[in-house]
Design a protein. Structure first.
Length: 231
């Protein structure tokens, strides 16, 4: 079994996938959190690893950046590798003053002005929901471990560098901005699969704070642990 972008065998991919954007974060998770981890994909340096977390088989598979890249890998994993559940773990820029660096956000809905849904299925859709059962399970897991998490709507943008972010109504209604959840949630709905997203605040547009690239790769351990404990 192989696709244009994934070289894995069918049995190499678990039904549950934890999906960071950064391939090096996928490598970090496999090396530090999984038992018997083996690399199952390296095509285009999009790394995938499958191993066990407390006896539970799980695949860590990077998505790359942006809705188009996320859509390629989520679609192929759902459609061709029989993946049932994808939990995105990634970074997010905070729109709200109460959010600090390294805080966790649980994306309940993703709002976007992207034309992804129109191109995919000729649908005029700007708001999609995560799987509510899975999202509730993540929130309950966070409570069990006394992990504070902010749940709400996030903004999914196609442009990383945007002018006037905080002048728009979007920033007033959303907790923060990232670039992948809309495609993931939309495809999960269309393919009758499950998707959720746990995001770590990497920078703030209110306080002008920002983490380093090394911190984004190796120090966002709370969302990693939360996603793994949830499964």
């Amino acid at each position: 079994m192989a696709t244009a972008h994934i070289e894995s065998k069918l049995e190499d991919i678990a039904p549950i996938v934890i999906m960071p954007g950064d391939p090096l974060r996928a490598k970090f998770i496999a090396e530090h959190f999984l038992e018997d981890a083996k690399q199952v994909n390296s095509v285009r340096n999009i790394f995938g690893y499958t191993g066990f977390y407390h006896g539970k088989k799980v695949t860590i598979f990077s998505s790359g950046m942006g809705n188009p890249s996320m859509a390629i890998y989520a679609y192929e994993l759902y459609q061709f590798y029989h993946v049932e559940t994808i939990i995105r773990i990634g970074s997010i820029g905070a729109y709200q003053e109460q959010l600090n660096l390294f805080d966790l956000i649980l994306a309940e809905k993703s709002f976007s002005t992207s034309n992804f849904a129109m191109q995919y299925a000729e649908e005029d859709v700007s708001l999609v929901e995560a799987d509510q059962e899975l999202t509730d399970k993540i929130e309950k897991t966070a409570l069990r471990f006394h992990q504070k998490i902010y749940r709400g709507t996030i903004h999914c943008s196609d442009a990383f560098y945007q002018e006037g972010k905080l002048q728009s109504d979007i920033s007033k209604k959303c907790l923060g901005v990232e670039m992948e959840t809309f495609a993931l949630f939309y495809l999960a709905k269309k393919l009758h699969k499950k998707a959720a997203a746990i995001l770590t605040v990497s920078n703030s547009f209110v306080k002008e704070e920002e983490t380093t690239s090394e911190q984004r790769e190796k120090h966002f351990v709370d969302m990693i642990k939360l996603s793994l404990e949830t499964i």
